[in-house]
Design a protein. Structure first.
Length: 253
């Protein structure tokens, strides 16, 4: 049992809640492996028809816990890639219920899902360049697949927040609801999927992903190769120090 997640099952719907509200639901390598395992186990369980992933408290997930457990770069990226691959490969639908801020690797988590429901006050953020890194968790494929190269490049290079209504207008998410209506909207979608034709849903998911995410594995490998190098740079160390110190970064010329 992972202390980083809560899991409940009701009427064939597994809800996985990231339960680290004290860290705005940022999590580390062990939790990333756990999440991948939970999704794969759910997919293999004939009693589970839908998975919902959400966050406890005010945030969905703010990415990697930079002040948490230490890990080798390759292992950390392998763990993140594992849950992205598990979501996309699962035959059952996965719904992301983005109840609050969604940043860093969590953007990959939210957009790898088959349906993404978002609170109107929630936002998406790719902060990687600001800490001397390349976007990872498949976001170099998932974000452009959702909103196109131009908008995706703006998100990645400028690191600006994209709030729920703007994300909906850009085609990034399935639906946006007032925060107090989000649970009901997700529950209704999950119930419809749970009572639907399992094989047809699985085939539809495979076909859609084959058409739009054929380059995902290449993107994950490319992100990993670049990130392993960038994680060792002085620019990354400065970016993290500046972020934790709540100051402007001073990158090398």
């Amino acid at each position: 049992m992972s202390e980083d997640f809560l899991r409940t099952v009701e009427s064939g719907v597994l809800t996985i809640t990231i339960a680290r509200p004290q860290r705005m639901n940022a999590f580390g390598v062990r939790a990333a492996w756990d999440l991948a395992r939970f999704i794969s186990e759910a997919d293999a369980d004939p009693g589970i028809r839908v998975v919902i992933i959400t966050g406890e408290g005010k945030a969905f997930c703010t990415g990697a816990d930079l002040a948490g457990e230490a890990a080798e770069p390759q292992e950390a990226l392998d763990a993140v890639n594992a849950y992205v691959r598990a979501i996309v490969a699962a035959s059952i639908p996965v719904i992301a219920k983005v109840n609050g801020p969604c940043a860093g690797m969590a953007v990959g988590l939210a957009l790898a899902a088959d349906l993404t429901f978002v609170a109107d006050t929630a936002y998406f953020l790719l902060p990687f360049v600001g800490i001397g890194l390349v976007p990872d968790a498949g976001t170099t494929a998932l974000v452009p697949a959702a909103i196109g190269r131009t908008r995706a490049m703006g998100m990645a290079l400028l690191g600006e927040r994209v709030y729920g209504p703007e994300a909906l207008a850009a085609g990034m998410v399935t639906a946006v609801r007032p925060a107090e209506e989000l649970d009901g909207a997700v529950a209704a979608a999950a119930a419809k999927l749970a009572s639907g034709p399992r094989e047809a849903i699985a085939a539809t998911k495979r076909a859609m992903n084959a058409s739009t995410l054929a380059g995902l594995d290449d993107a994950l490998r490319r992100e990993t190769d670049d990130q392993v190098v960038l994680l060792q740079t002085d620019d990354h160390k400065e970016g993290v120090a500046a972020m934790l110190g709540k100051r402007a970064a001073r990158f090398a010329d």
